[in-house]
Design a protein around this ligand. Sequence first.
Ligand code: 8YV
Length: 319
Amino acid sequence: MPTIALSRPLPGEFHVADADVRIGPERGFASPAELHEFVAGAEAVVTWVSERVDDAFLDAAGAQLKVVSNFAVGYDNIDVDACRRRGIVVTNTPDAVTEGTADMAWALLLAAARRVAEADPFVRSGAWAEHGILGPTEFIGRPLAGSTLLIVGAGRIGYATALRSIGWGMRVLYVARGRKPQFEFAPLNAQRVDLDAGMAEADFISVHVPLTNETRHLIDERRLALVKPTAVLVSTARGPVIDEAALAAALQKGDLFAAGLDVFEDEPRVHPALVGLRNAVMTPHCGSANIRSREMMTELCAANISAVFAGRPPVTPVH
Ligand code: 8YV
């Protein structure tokens, strides 16, 4: 029987017929060496975004490895070329994460615009009781209705995030390498712009590009200088797409109103300058952490592995 190594326990039903399933610890392995030892001899592995799948991983797993099934839509943790060279199939979990991540983009956007992360400790700590009833100009946030939303990266999650803006009657701009009909037709009627123009025009900016050599520090000091001082920037993509130090400096100077981040350059560490900022709302890379998304991710990983074991094309291969 083939062995499947899940680097962590997964929520929901992971079912692959006639296979032994080996399950790693809830928090993952403390070091790559321990992970490498765990995957040795497996025909399939299910990996987490923080786990690097490179030549050292593949050597440790062994020549019998057929498929790397990443428990994520993003696969910047995987050396896809190294897998291809060895004839190993790589799969990811598109669609499954879409709704959960788009919800998180909105959770951050609303929290940042309406200063929720600042307001909560104000109430909880007793500071409100001490301060007294708020005056009419305190805890003022940014209005959403009728504002302009820029979607950077017009894939599935970008689209689902844009669709949610309809409730606020927002105008949608998008940045993509080519035109995206689904963005330009109803109900979004969005307009494609280049990134610099979009950054300058938007009231809300939501980042959804994958991490590649081209998107590393796509949002850097120069681009942050283009945004309106009233703008809100959120990212549920990958930390290194934004230059975190430059973002912290811009937030500190008031070059933008607020930011909401679910992803960071050196997870689980956060740039120290961000930690003290009251206009930064932060969550611990948990965009897809809603139960339906996570259960679908599990099922998709199992379906991809089952297909490869049966000699069929995987459901969601990474090319
Ligand atoms: C993570 C993600 O997989 O899908 C992605 O690319 O980043 C998330 O869904 C999840 O948070 C586990 O790390």
